[in-house]
Ligand binder design. Structure first.
Ligand SMILES: [Zn+2]
Length: 166
């Protein structure tokens, strides 16, 4: 492994290079705690494909160099996501209840309205996040992570970026 070193206590791969993977500034001085540690999960029992010192893991964090600016943009996007949900989730219930009080929608109408307001809130969240990344010209954590060869290695060996459901 020439791009990363494994940190046993934190169960994570720490990058040995410092060029930010998320922006085009070519920033070459990512600090360890600014780095993005992206989790990959072992979904099937195929650990034998990726064995690190005979220890089996279900989740490993892979460090991707990230500059301070990109770390800030990523946390801005996360805050925006929480805000959208904070405002949006009450609307998912208020709007359908309001309209069903006004008009006789029936159960099916209510369910449809619930579904579509939920969809709108979800689309708003994705849209706002995209707009933030576009305006700073920064890749999302996932878009940057999947370009990392070590992440690609894990994905090819049957690991996933999605947390397995219990
Ligand atoms: Zn950057």
């Amino acid at each position: 492994m020439d791009t990363h070193t494994f940190n046993e206590s934190q169960k994570r791969f720490e990058p040995l290079y410092k060029k930010c993977s998320f922006c085009k500034t070519g920033s070459n001085k990512s600090k360890m705690e600014d780095n993005c540690f992206y989790s990959v999960y072992n979904v099937q029992d195929r650990t034998n494909l990726v064995v690190f010192r005979n220890v089996k893991f279900k989740e490993i964090k892979i460090g991707i160099p990230r500059c301070e600016n990109c770390r800030k943009v990523h946390s801005k996007a996360k805050i925006a996501n929480y805000l959208t949900l904070f405002i949006g989730i009450p609307l998912v219930f208020i709007i359908p209840i309001y309209f069903s009080a006004l008009y006789d929608l029936g159960t099916i109408g209510l369910v449809l309205l619930l579904g579509s307001t939920f969809g709108l809130v979800y689309l708003a969240m994705i849209g706002i996040e995209k707009a933030i990344f576009n305006s700073y010209d920064v890749k999302s954590e996932k878009d940057g992570a999947v370009l990392e060869p070590l992440v690609q290695n894990f994905l090819r060996s049957g690991w996933s970026t999605d947390r397995p459901r219990a």
